[in-house]
Design a protein around this ligand. Structure first.
Ligand code: GDP
Length: 295
């Protein structure tokens, strides 16, 4: 289960507060020390953990105790609000183009779940009465094109491919095709690599410049914790992404990526992947995620 260790440690940190009628500054500070440790063990970025607990301490120490709540519950409420804020506050939506088609460019490292999530996103949009078109822009790995065709067929969404033709040309042809056939959303599955390299970034920058996508969503694997956050930071610096799809939240991920990515990159998590099936995708709700983490 995701966040299990973090949830347990946070609930232990709050247990001591819950039994007290009145909290001293020291009680709060002690609890926040435990919270910070729990966050660090969950692979949350060091600076993020430090700033978050400082903010919670400041609010909790200065609080007027609400009549209906015990001071301990008040602290938990503040933590919940701050975790929600940390992950972006409201859920972030897709920015649809005023004039279709809306172009969504998916990028990410190999194995992050990019191709699977291209199809998941397509299926989700199809179920919302959109008419998506999937486009294979990974020209280096024929297996990736085949994989997109397989998942596209499963989702009942057409797949546009031009083999090893340059990805910019492929994307442009696909967009023209979408206009002709009434597809209102075009999802580009771009090339992935094992590591970030200049060549990959140049190719993606080129696609971005030529196609001007409405959304650039970076797919990152939550199981890789701070590595995923570092990947997001690099992609955002080089490409300026518009949001993140955080995958594999069904695994026993510790929580570091979910809690750090917005604070580190400034870009929201828009969707979460929660399994291998094409239906396993959710709009990312920071408030629900915070409540889930707090158990
Ligand atoms: P790509 O190389 O980035 O295109 O990654 P793929 O889409 O091929 O996914 C890599 C592996 O991760 C595949 O075995 C997928 O089934 C699996 N996968 C993708 N998303 C999820 C997810 O949300 N949960 C789980 N459990 N597995 C996933």
């Amino acid at each position: 289960m995701a966040f299990e260790g973090l949830s347990e440690k946070l609930s232990n940190a709050f247990k001591k507060l819950k039994n007290k009628g009145k909290l001293s500054e020291n009680d709060v500070k002690e609890a926040m020390r435990e919270v910070r440790l729990a966050l660090l063990e969950a692979d949350v970025n060091y600076k993020v953990a430090k700033e978050l607990t400082a903010k919670i301490t400041e609010r909790a120490v200065g609080q007027d105790v609400m009549e209906s709540l015990t001071p301990g519950q008040m602290v938990v409420k503040i933590v919940n609000e701050e975790l929600t804020e940390l992950m972006g506050g409201d859920n972030a939506r897709i920015e649809f183009a005023s004039k279709p088609p809306t172009v969504i460019m998916l990028c990410g490292l190999q194995g992050s779940g990019k191709t699977t999530h291209a199809a998941k996103l397509a299926l989700m949009l199809k179920n919302q009465n959109h008419r998506p078109l999937l486009v294979a822009c990974d020209i280096y790995r024929p297996a990736a094109i085949d994989q997109l065709k397989v998942v596209g067929a499963k989702a009942g969404v057409p797949v546009f491919e031009k083999g090893t033709q340059n990805p910019v040309k492929t994307a442009k042809e696909a967009i023209r095709n979408a206009k002709d056939y009434g597809n209102d959303v075009v999802i580009l599955d771009t090339a992935g690599r094992l590591h970030i390299d200049e060549e990959l970034m140049d190719e993606l920058k080129n696609v971005k410049a030529e196609v001007e996508p409405n959304e650039i969503l970076l797919v990152i694997d939550s199981m890789t914790g701070q590595d995923a956050v570092n990947v997001a930071k690099s992609f955002n610096e080089k490409l300026e992404i518009s949001g993140v799809i955080l995958t594999k939240l069904d695994g026993d991920t510790r929580g570091g990526a979910a809690l750090s990515v917005k604070a580190v990159t400034g870009k929201p998590i828009k969707f979460a992947g929660t399994g291998e099936k094409l239906e396993d995708i959710e709009v990312f709700h920071p408030d629900r995620m915070a409540s889930r983490i707090l158990g």
